[in-house]
Design a protein around this ligand. Structure first.
Ligand code: ZN
Length: 149
């Protein structure tokens, strides 16, 4: 098993040397996403401890918008036709909720998306065995932060 470049969880990984794009299928981040190899190399430098924001972004795109994001570091120089279906680091930073209230609103939207019929029980992904992983469903750096929220 390979490790997710964003959250470090074990996941499926494919690389395609012809396109310089890595493909991950990470259960913790919420599913499949693609990332340009240079962006993958820069995650630690640009986001550092805030890598959970990328994980939250991926989770939200897949869960709420049915989009498996393709992530660049900076998409300002890419083809205009691709701009609508790609995301870059500034999109991810801009998209992250700014306040605890914003986070709570977004969590409610996530729960809503997971509820097929109002009133049904909701299964929320949860792994108590590892507190060092991001908890993207709750926009949290760690599980204990998610419990606080
Ligand atoms: Zn991940």
């Amino acid at each position: 098993m390979d490790k997710c470049v964003v959250c470090g969880s074990e996941c499926e990984f494919k690389s395609n040397p012809a396109t310089d794009i890595f493909e991950f299928n990470c259960g913790n981040c919420g599913g499949k996403f693609k990332i340009f190899d240079r962006a993958a190399d820069r995650i630690k430098d640009v986001f550092g401890e805030d890598r959970y924001k990328i994980s939250s972004f991926i989770n939200e795109m897949i869960l709420r918008n049915d989009i498996n994001p393709l992530i660049f570091e900076d998409k300002s120089n890419i083809d205009k036709a691709l701009k609508d279906i790609t995301y870059d680091f500034s999109d991810i930073k801009d998209n992250f909720p700014k306040t605890v209230t914003d986070i709570l609103d977004r969590i409610l939207l996530n729960i809503y998306k997971k509820t097929p019929v109002p009133g049904d029980n909701v299964k929320i992904p949860y792994d108590r065995s590892n507190d060092s992983k991001p908890y993207p469903f709750f926009y949290s750096k760690y599980t204990r932060e998610a419990f606080f929220i």
